[in-house]
Design a binder for this molecule. Structure first.
Ligand code: ZN
Length: 86
């Protein structure tokens, strides 16, 4: 992990335990976060380079390719979690 990443992480302290997220969940969370924050879809959907690996998505529970929330700019996963639970 690079130094800059750690700094970003500490700046965006969210009450979530999302450490690994699959692409659909990350994209959706980023989309919902931008809609909520700016009233617009995100200009950039995800980082150009994501490091996916096999794992379990902490949002939907799927065993699939997952990456870090950083790749989706640390969106508010509560927005998507609420949706799933309803
Ligand atoms: Zn997922």
């Amino acid at each position: 992990m690079k130094k800059a990443d750690k700094r970003i992480k500490s700046m965006t302290t969210k009450k979530t335990d999302i450490l690994e997220v699959c692409s659909p969940c990350g994209l959706t969370a980023n989309y919902l976060t931008c809609l909520k924050k700016y009233g617009k879809p995100p200009i950039k959907k995800a980082h150009d380079v994501s490091t996916y690996h096999a794992g379990t998505c902490d949002v939907c529970g799927e065993k699939t390719s997952v990456t870090e929330p950083r790749d989706f700019f640390y969106p508010d996963f509560n927005l998507i979690l609420k949706k799933i639970k309803v």
